[in-house]
Design a protein around this ligand. Structure first.
Ligand SMILES: *Cc1c(COP(=O)(O)O)cnc(C)c1O
Length: 388
């Protein structure tokens, strides 16, 4: 049994992939080849945004989005501590400060009411009055924006997050690295905030055969800045540089692979949904040792992961050991929230600061999830978990 079954997927579309790779080998434009623009147009149409800018990874997509907003030293950006390190890394890399807000225990996504409390703390002085400049007293930081993360494929609550952001003049970036293909009402992930950033790391719902990412936006000025920063801050001419940028392009070969995979992506999403529903049928009862994920009304997850919580009083390590003994692969996303990571020790957070994230980190684990998982595999997983 495979956790993420890339070989089964490849078997289905190997010919399509080989033929598209052959086309790239024939035209020889390994950087900025025609497949890049084709992919950008196709994915912008799919996500429902005006612009899509392909780039070198999900991490670089976030970096480009933050750079397009001019983030730098003295700035603060709010995000969740319960995510992959790449959400907060780029904030710190630019010399700004990640400020964490705890998650909702049902969705594992950042809790808008916690976000609002953190935002208010920036604008409120000790006496309860508002400092119009948005500076934290004593720390001299200016709050600039919020990065929401669509953890495990489920979009965060952007209607509330964006309302808070509008009230205080902040930007919102959607970290859609795990959620490409997910939906909220009539909108797709990537299109739920000013800029959406996704990843094509091979294990993500839409994965390349190497690193890759994409920024989505409806804002022409931001799209232009991202395009420029992606290629050394280029101006209208190749050797005119109007700002500092990076080399953040997607390889043409990766775009070719992604175009082949896009042909079956909508069907794969349906298959993932089917597997998720089967897990819920098998493991959603009161006799189950785990709590299944809940998808709130109006949302559809891309099911990058199927993550469950060991119920109170049931040891996660015992459940993981039972699955391991039966050769069933599992993973723990994420065992340590970012506020407790050495990399962010300088921020001064302590254990207990984000109790919901810490509780989830102690009880969560992910079961095999991919479009090619069989019903028998899922039944086996459920019966092993339920075995006393
Ligand atoms: C994978 C991931 C990223 C980074 O994407 P890469 O393509 O690996 O750089 C960022 N945020 C989240 C939530 C991710 O899961």
């Amino acid at each position: 049994m495979k956790f993420i079954d890339l070989p089964a997927q490849q078997q289905r579309i190997r010919e399509k992939i080989e033929s598209r790779i052959r086309t790239v080998l024939d035209h020889g434009q390994y950087v900025s080849g025609p497949e890049i623009e084709t992919l950008e147009a196709e994915l912008a149409a799919y996500a429902g945004t005006k612009y899509a800018i392909a780039c070198s990874s999900g991490t670089d997509a976030l970096l480009l989005a933050l750079m397009a907003h001019g983030i730098g030293p003295g700035d603060a950006v709010i995000t969740t501590p319960f995510t992959f390190v790449a959400t907060a890394g780029p904030i710190a890399l630019l010399g700004a400060v990640p400020v964490f807000a705890d998650i909702d225990p049902l969705t594992f996504n950042i809790d808008p009411s916690r976000v609002e409390a953190v935002v208010e703390s920036f604008f409120t002085d000790g006496a309860g009055g508002r400092a119009a400049d948005g500076n934290i007293r004593g720390r001299g930081l200016k709050l600039r924006g919020i990065i929401g993360v669509d953890l495990f494929g489920l979009p965060a609550d952007y209607s509330r997050i964006c309302a808070i952001a509008r009230k205080y003049g902040l930007f919102v970036i959607e970290d859609a690295a795990q959620s490409f293909g997910a939906r909220y009402l009539d909108k797709r992930a990537g299109a739920l905030a000013e800029i959406g950033c996704t990843s094509f790391f091979p294990a993500k719902p839409l994965g390349a055969y190497g690193d890759g990412g994409m920024c989505f936006t409806d804002d022409e000025a931001l799209a232009e800045k991202i395009r420029s920063i992606r290629i050394h801050g280029q101006g209208s001419d190749k050797y005119e540089n109007v700002r500092i940028g990076i080399n953040g392009r997607l390889d043409t070969l990766q775009a070719a692979v992604l175009l082949a995979k896009m042909e079956i992506f909508p069907e794969e999403l349906e298959l993932r949904e089917e597997k998720a529903q089967r897990y819920r049928t098998l493991l959603g009862g009161t006799d189950s040792p785990v709590t299944c994920p809940r998808i709130p009304d109006g949302y559809a997850s891309a099911w990058a992961q199927y993550s469950v919580l060991a119920r109170e009083g049931i040891g996660r390590s015992d459940l993981l050991a039972k699955l391991k003994a039966a050769d069933i692969p599992t993973a723990v996303y994420y065992p340590k929230p970012l506020h407790l990571q050495g990399a962010f020790a300088g921020l001064g957070y302590r254990p207990g600061d984000f109790p919901v994230s810490e509780d989830c980190a102690a009880r969560i684990f992910s079961l095999p999830m991919n479009p090619y998982l069989t019903g028998e595999d899922q039944e086996k997983i459920a019966s092993i978990l339920k075995r006393p």
